[in-house]
Design a protein around this ligand. Sequence first.
Ligand SMILES: *[C@@H]1O[C@H](CO)[C@@H](O)[C@H](O)[C@H]1NC(C)=O
Ligand SMILES: *[C@@H]1O[C@H](CO)[C@@H](O)[C@H](O)[C@H]1NC(C)=O
Ligand SMILES: *[C@@H]1O[C@H](CO)[C@@H](O)[C@H](O)[C@H]1NC(C)=O
Ligand SMILES: *[C@@H]1O[C@H](CO)[C@@H](O)[C@H](O)[C@H]1NC(C)=O
Length: 463
Amino acid sequence: MSLLDYMWRTVGVLFILLMKSASATDCSCELTNAEKPFPKDKLMNIEKSAVECNQKIQSAKMSDEAALLLGLRQRLLQLQEDVSALEREDDGGLYGAVSLRILELELAEVLQLINKLNRTHNTHQSLSRKVNATMLQVQTELKQLEKFDHMQIAQTLKENKRLKRSLAQCQEELLATPPPPPTTPTTCPQGRPVRVEGPRTYTVTQYGTSYTYGSWGRDPRPTAGKESWYWLIPLTSSNVYANYVRQYTSLSALIAGVSPKDVAIASGNPTTNTIQGPNVVMYGDALYYGCYNNPSVCRFNLTSRVVTTASLPQNSGINNKFPFCHLEACYVYTDLDFVTDESGVWVAYTSAENYGNVIISKVEPGDVPTLGRTMKTSLHKRTATNTFMVCGVLYATRYVNKETEEIFYSFDTKSGMESYNLSIRFKKMHTNIQSLNYNPSDHKLYVYSDAYAITYDIIFELN
Ligand SMILES: *[C@@H]1O[C@H](CO)[C@@H](O)[C@H](O)[C@H]1NC(C)=O
Ligand SMILES: *[C@@H]1O[C@H](CO)[C@@H](O)[C@H](O)[C@H]1NC(C)=O
Ligand SMILES: *[C@@H]1O[C@H](CO)[C@@H](O)[C@H](O)[C@H]1NC(C)=O
Ligand SMILES: *[C@@H]1O[C@H](CO)[C@@H](O)[C@H](O)[C@H]1NC(C)=O
């Protein structure tokens, strides 16, 4: 299967790159390319199988396997982008150790995914055999790499260049294949999101730039008398924890930093049931957030000032195990991301069992919150900056560069359809986005970005 060949080639490139960096201190070589031209017919095969793969994914309801394959493909594309970014940065010496570490982690996870894919495919005997053969080959290659010497480094460098060329071409071919069908559903009466305009509000908070992590917003289902209120939660301890929520009676009060009203969740910070991680939301006069050092959803009722909890499924990531990231860095302790839409509160998270791919669960109200519908997506959490939800469709953004963020992914919780071809870009005021949420009552995105409180308008279109 050509697509798998392609995947393996990608994996090969990464190993070679890692090896290259390991040796860059004591070896430098000038190489001229003496390779044969790239085999075009192989590319045609890859294109063919990519098209077939797409058709399969389109025609049927997403099977586990197809979702894995789609996720894998996206991650390989992402990996390639990351590698290219590293290459551009490279001044002929070492790659950034941090970036390499992230690639290494990525690679380990991709290998895990491939293993899972291999297992899923075991019923398909012919494919299995082919995969097996490729894997044995890669294993042999790995063993050889382990025993590398200076000569082999030179060879792998050369091979690396060739692989990169072919990858670039594969990439073009893949991009040239027909994209999946329109999956941005029109489940909203106002249509589907087509643009993000703004910033509309852009302000530093009362805390100045002291706290780079935090969140803010406006309750979409405010209790009577609090319709115009805004809330703000800087993570005041280690960029990770908070133990109170600050409220303002209007946006101008928040901007001016006057007459804040603080409600304490606990006197300590952190302690049992205080806030861990920035992606907090307020809904129905209750705060939803990740509980301190506990794999649970916490709900703090601002009226009764009582915390109630709902356990996440076993092995869900907390304590910075599965954060949101981009190539350069991760957003610490972003394991749980609470989002609000027209129907209420949801939580996005992941687990090792789902290979670090996002899982989304509805948080159901009640005396004690419970987790309702739960769905697995193929979106690798590490490749996204944040998520938000509009009319039952989960959207994810990714870091493009310091100035630009892009909504690139959607998952329809009603149909299970996913799309990676959204390209809704918006202008950032600061490099990082620590939290981001959609408010269904005013159609705005509330963003906390390097200590600044920012809003954007989402523009909808009926098609
Ligand atoms: C892939 O599956 C086959 C068949 O079960 C197995 O023999 C092989 O070891 C698997 N490969 C890996 C790398 O897990
Ligand atoms: C995979 O390769 C190993 C080693 O050659 C072999 O023993 C095994 O039977 C192969 N499995 C399949 C499914 O072809
Ligand atoms: C995604 O792909 C579909 C199907 O080709 C297309 O109709 C839609 O416009 C694409 N979306 C974007 C944002 O490019
Ligand atoms: C919060 O507590 C008040 C008073 O006990 C109760 O009426 C309200 O329903 C609670 N809100 C939530 C979201 O549980």
